[in-house]
Ligand binder design. Structure first.
Ligand SMILES: Nc1ncnc2c1ncn2[C@@H]1O[C@H](COP(=O)(O)OP(=O)(O)O)[C@@H](O)[C@H]1O
Ligand SMILES: [Mg+2]
Length: 332
């Protein structure tokens, strides 16, 4: 955990930490709520002023009474000297650059790379029968995330929509079947299961209530924005943490500043959920093999009695992930 006041250098410290991790060959998934973690992409092989020029602040140059070019040279010089003092030369920077495969994802937006978040909902894990507990945990967390996006009660025990939707997904997954979102909506109206626990489906949620719920999910899925959540790189831990064919270290930065609060919560919960599902399939490890980093964790891991959908998967990651080689770095 990294704690500190705003402006005290937390993000700066963590950029260093992440660079060291890349150098050690450790794949990274980073959540970037503010937009400054993407600075990790600014690893220049040569510390020359032309490399810095597009990235310096023109206002700062003006305040200092310098041309942008002169100011870029000043900044480049500061970096050259600063890194030199620590024995870090351009060669090491180039190595870092060549070693890493850095991507900036912008869920729901084409500004960066798109992320397909729906694959995790639709496709059963390949090993449902070998670890049903894990699969059910995954269903529970995904459904909570979806319900929170709809502004509904996300409690897996008290919320009837939660119980219904989880049971439907479990029904299909147990048979190893993919369930497309469209079919899921239809299944809410006409559930393939007749009983939830000892009660009829109808007494847990009436036909009318199910219709309203199905409509709400349908409206979400039908909205033009939502189309962008269904395209792009699949949100799948095993793919995110996999080294490229050239053996490069994947660094996936998920920029989420453009999303609404409820969309952010939705996305972050699903991401944690996918990382958890992935790490549970890994063999035990006493060594650090993967990193999960989130800046500005505030709001995603609140104290009792608050219980947003991000909290459960994150708590499980904190409790269990280390044993499988995943380090969790949180900043607030
Ligand atoms: N070790 C450091 N020495 C000097 N300046 C630093 C250091 N770490 C960060 N900074 C500068 O301080 C400012 C705030 O740092 P940042 O890491 O964004 O803080 P935080 O994430 O805690 O809000 C940035 O302009 C950054 O360049
Ligand atoms: Mg910061």
């Amino acid at each position: 955990m990294v704690f500190g006041m705003t402006g005290s250098g937390k993000t700066g410290l963590c950029i260093d930490l992440l660079e060291e991790a890349i150098d050690e060959g450790i794949p990274i998934v980073a959540v970037d709520p503010k937009g400054d973690v993407a600075n990790l992409a600014l690893i220049f092989g040569e510390l020359t002023s032309d490399k810095f020029l597009p990235w310096i602040s023109r206002e700062e140059a003006e305040v200092k009474g310098k041309t942008p070019e002169a100011y870029a040279e000043e900044v480049a010089e500061r970096w050259r000297k600063g890194l030199e003092e620590w024995g870090i030369g351009e060669e090491r920077l180039r190595r870092l650059r060549e070693k890493s495969f850095l991507r900036i994802f912008t869920p729901g937006s084409t500004a960066g790379e798109l992320v397909n978040i729906i694959t995790g909902f639709e496709n059963p894990p390949s090993d449902f029968s070998s670890d049903p507990e894990l699969a059910i945990e995954k269903i529970k967390n995904s459904v909570s995330a979806l319900l929170s996006l709809l502004g509904m009660d996300t409690d897996p025990i008290k919320s009837s929509p939660h119980i219904l939707l989880s049971s439907i997904i479990e029904y299909f997954w147990r048979q190893g079947k993919t369930i497309a979102l469209e079919d899921l909506i239809l299944s809410i109206q006409h559930p393939p299961i007749k009983k939830l626990g000892v009660f009829d489906v109808d007494s847990i949620m009436s036909k009318k209530e199910r219709m309203e719920f199905a409509l709400a999910v349908n409206n979400l899925v039908a909205s033009p924005n939502f189309r962008l959540w269904r395209e792009g790189f699949p949100l799948d831990g095993s793919k995110l943490y996999k080294k490229t064919e050239q053996g490069k270290i994947p660094v996936s930065i998920f920029y989420i500043a453009h999303l609404s609060d409820s969309e952010r919560m939705f996305f972050v919960s699903l991401l944690f959920n996918e990382v958890l599902a992935f790490i549970r399939t890994q063999p035990g490890s006493s060594q650090l093999k993967y990193l999960l980093y989130m800046d500005e964790i505030y709001g995603y891991l609140p104290a009792y009695p608050l219980n947003p959908p991000s909290k459960n998967p994150l708590l499980l990651l904190l409790k269990q992930a280390r044993a499988f080689g995943l380090g969790v770095v949180l900043v607030t």
